[in-house]
Design a protein around this ligand. Structure first.
Ligand SMILES: Cc1cc2nc3c(=O)[nH]c(=O)nc-3n(C[C@H](O)[C@H](O)[C@H](O)COP(=O)(O)OP(=O)(O)OC[C@H]3O[C@@H](n4cnc5c(N)ncnc54)[C@H](O)[C@@H]3O)c2cc1C
Length: 506
């Protein structure tokens, strides 16, 4: 491992080598995972993003590590097992610090018949068998069970009581923050020697060279390589013309926690008229709730930042309303975000390859890895690096802890601010020390919670160790204050201060 572990990844204006073994294009979860996989197998890696780490779909997810229950229902056993295995790897070995178990409540209301309830209970039981087959422990993900009406109301006090006869509880994984996972992957890749650069767009790629453009200066240059992995998600077809995508948009709402008071579980509400679609209200640790999810086909050019529509916002509120004693109003919605699923178009028809990932080698030898999901990024990365044929060294990432990872009992003992432990694990103290070193400010000031809970320490660390170059990087990707526009506006001065303090000392 190189001393980049102390330094973090390269500054946008840093050195880019002329000659590498592998170029990874795109620093979403897939590209960052591929960079780590390749670097940890000893390859010389250059990994770039046209914008920033986690600029694309990877920051707009539901922030869940799924066990693959819905794939079981569709009898896609292979994908279900793969999801369960990868969920276990993330939660128990590679990223316990960025993940946590999360209970899901299906309230048994008059809308859910006895037959539907029995089917759901059987499905949850099978999901538990998946957990077992993936060797994930019961301490990590407890057994699904039926709860009484009283317990259901304790877990979700806002539930409408009329017609409520109890609930079903199931367990799955939650991510602290999807963009945090990507940033941590990129830094871990850098700690194994990968050159990680943002604001560098790949204009052209073959298996022997890439043409890069520095997005700040417009300067272009060529880098020689022995292989290229195209991990550009919904933009994959721009780089490799054989790849054709038909994205679909998924929208989430952001509510303040008091909009559904006391919610301690994911609330699952069936979409009327559908047996397989649900709307979820997912509580977050910093006093918000995300409500999702829509599925709208998208035609035309791919936007940099997809926008939710009023129709989607209305749909989510309408499905949620009958489950609550006090329905959530449009005015309760303090933020909304949308992401595009990278669905692959095959032979004119649309195959939902966001479920199963695909690795495709183009005529020019570029390996494209697309589809899948956040949970399965590691397997996608492994398959992509294997497909390049660049090394006979086997993949190491199954047992490779990301920076800051430690067993849950060790994390529980760390006596640092909870937010920093949730976001940096064992590195929480390092983040504070580095921020003190860079700014000369007292620790109390650096860890004081600002708007949306954000601290100056993590913003400073974002600049000094995580390649953040501006306010957007800091508030929209290194932290997620940007998900609530009101909080974001209030946090801008703190981000400005972090930039000023670090530029003054660099
Ligand atoms: C609404 C929604 C919710 C989801 N929820 C979940 C969930 O809860 N759990 C889960 O497991 N999965 C979830 N998924 C799926 C998951 O988010 C995606 O599968 C995953 O994030 C895709 O990551 P990626 O790295 O392939 O693509 P992206 O994250 O889009 O990354 C591609 C990157 O490539 C860069 N790029 C593009 N072109 C170039 C170029 N020419 N040069 C350099 N860089 C370039 C972009 O800037 C971007 O950063 C969800 C998806 C959606 C849409």
């Amino acid at each position: 491992m190189t001393d980049r572990i102390a330094h973090g990844f390269d500054h946008p204006s840093g050195h880019i080598p002329d000659d590498v073994d592998l170029v990874v294009v795109g620093l979403g979860v897939t590209g960052a995972g591929a960079a780590l996989d390749a670097a940890s197998r000893g390859l010389k890696v250059l990994a770039v993003d046209a914008h920033d780490v986690a600029f694309g779909t990877s920051r707009w997810s539901s922030k869940l590590v799924h066990g693959g229950l819905r794939y079981l229902a569709a009898l896609q056993l292979g994908i279900a097992h793969e999801s369960a295995v990868e969920r276990g790897i993330l939660m128990e070995r590679t990223a316990p610090h960025l993940t946590r178990p999360l209970p899901w409540l299906l309230p048994l209301t008059s809308n859910v018949s006895f037959t539907q309830a029995a089917l759901a209970a059987a499905g949850f039981g099978t999901g538990d068998l998946l957990r077992l087959s993936a060797r994930t422990s019961r301490e990590t993900l407890p057994r699904p069970r039926r709860v009484t009406r009283t317990e259901a109301q304790q877990l979700a006090p806002g539930l409408r009581s009329a017609g409520l006869r109890g609930g079903l509880i199931n367990w799955d994984g939650q991510l602290e923050d999807d963009a945090r996972l990507v940033t941590c992957l990129a830094r871990t890749a850098a700690s194994y020697g990968a050159h990680v650069h943002t604001r560098v767009r790949v204009l052209e790629a073959t298996s022997t060279h890439v043409v890069l453009r520095d997005e700040r200066t417009g300067a272009t240059r060529t880098v020689r390589t022995r292989g290229v992995v195209n991990a550009t998600g919904v933009w994959a077809g721009d780089l490799v013309e054989e790849v054709r995508l038909r994205p679909s948009r998924g929208t989430h709402l952001v509510l303040r926690a008091d909009s559904i008071p006391g919610l301690r579980t994911v609330l699952t509400v069936p979409v009327p008229g559908s047996t397989s679609r649900f709307v979820f209200a997912i509580p977050q640790p910093e006093g918000t709730i995300y409500v999702g999810l829509t599925d709208e086909p998208v035609d035309g050019p791919i936007p940099d930042v997809p926008q939710p529509t009023e129709g989607e916002i209305g749909f989510l509120l309408d499905v949620l309303a009958p489950a609550l004693e006090r329905p959530v109003k449009r005015s309760d919605v303090v933020g909304a975000f949308a992401g595009l699923r990278p669905l692959l178009e095959a032979d004119g028809s649309t195959a939902d390859l966001s479920r199963k990932h695909a690795v495709l080698t183009s005529r020019t030898g570029v390996v494209t890895v697309v589809g899948g999901k956040l949970t399965t990024y590691r397997q996608m990365a492994e398959d992509a690096i294997d497909a390049t044929g660049l090394t006979g060294i086997p993949c190491r990432t199954r047992d490779l802890p990301l920076l800051g990872a430690a067993p849950r009992d060790v994390l529980d003992q760390i006596d640092e601010p909870g937010r920093l432990v949730r976001r940096f694990g064992t590195e929480a103290r390092y983040v504070i020390d580095e921020a003190v070193r860079a700014t000369g400010l007292p620790e109390d000031e650096l860890v004081a919670p600002g708007p949306g809970g954000v601290t100056l320490a993590e913003l400073v660390f974002g600049v000094t160790h995580e390649g953040a170059a501006d306010i957007d990087d800091l508030l929209d990707r290194r932290t997620r204050v940007g998900l609530v526009p009101e909080d974001r506006a209030a946090a801008v001065p703190l981000a400005q201060r972090a930039l000023a303090l670090t530029h003054a000392t660099s």
